[in-house]
Write a protein that binds this ligand. Sequence first.
Ligand SMILES: [Zn+2]
Length: 470
Amino acid sequence: MLKLYNTLTRKKEAFHPLDAANVRVYVCGPTVYDFAHIGNARPVIVFDVLYRLLRHIYGPDHVTYVRNITDVDDKINARAAQDYPDLKLNEAIRLVTTKTTDQFHADMKALGALEPNVEPRATEHIEQMKAMIEALVENGCAYVAEDHVLFHVAAMKDYGKLSRRSLDEMIAGARVEVAPFKKDPMDFVLWKPSKPGEPSWASPAGIETPGRPGWHIECSAMAKAHLGQTFDIHGGGIDLVFPHHENEIAQSRCANRTKIMAQVWMHNGFLQVEGEKMAKSAGNFVTVHELLETSNFGGSDWPGEAIRFAMLKTHYRQPLDWTLVGLNEAHKTLWEWYGDLEGKETAPGVPGPVLEALMDDLNTPKVITELHKLHSAGHWGHLRTALNFLGFSGERTKIGRIASAAGKARIGSSTEAVGERIAARNAARAAKDFKEADRIRGELEAMGIVLKDAKDPKTGELVTTWEVAR
Ligand SMILES: [Zn+2]
């Protein structure tokens, strides 16, 4: 029996779909203005595993997975104006969103993620958003003020049920815009006026100035359009619980007059890089494209399968620390397994212990333990089947790194540079900073350099030698 942790109840619960003939899942997708970073890739990989599992349980034709594209947003407008100052804003926006969406698709494909069944775009659902906004105004859950439409939080008795925050926390968390026309500081925007030149549509609720939707209403309208008023699972990153998902629930339930929007709310944990919060200002911002196509992270490019495997080593609800050591280990494991799998066929049926671990709230660390067991036992057919089921090719040709220019540069790295890194590692060890020492060793491994530690028999001192990995 499939069990999933539900953020709404804070419990792991048995999953019973509303309609087993059509299990419906919605996951918040990207705002297309920039390269996807590895934090964006996490929910895509996590919910891809869920999608594969649901298809296995209910049949591939009985699952509908919707992941949207947010293609109207202030960040998109800003990026378009910055990148294409000579074009009309709407043309520039089209270039930015098309380019970014294509890149997103290519990146996620490389990470082994299946395409969702439907990938709705916000700009193609403006009419549905307006209809929902009109319904909310009509039934008193929203009001018009200074060409905006605002959701009136006080109109919904159990607002805040998902995030379980106090009003003060919610106000702080929402980074509430204080606007004099709001009835209540918590009230949020459903529709707002556009400035001249910005994308705009005829406004709902009798507003004359053209405008555009707020972010939250997009997902409510697109989920309804493709999955109906209520559905099974809504997913996204933990950072979306408040205010985004709280507000989606408020809009959908109040507009549709339903007790729920989705039965189960699933959220993946935060991701940080080498123990630090990822931020452009911190210089540790890692995009999927960079990992796949450049040597910016650890002096090497990385196959999508290694990235996927490294992600799945951590349970989806736990915070994930993205490290070079972890990524390199993931690659090493796959390289070893795929070598052993050469010439071996799949065996029928996904192995029971792998499925059991997945059924237990997508326990992928346990799944990986089971894969290691299959490998140690030499159960090649079952290992290959399980890997394929989880989105891995099992083919070394798909995960080679040395063939790339970045890989060649790595092998050619000078003796001097390696010596400097070894000295830095030894200094870290002497200072008992083993985390840093491991990090440097991982960095060298990623460059194709294997270290060997030994004690000098005469002095007892640690001597480190190295060689190029074969
Ligand atoms: Zn959303």
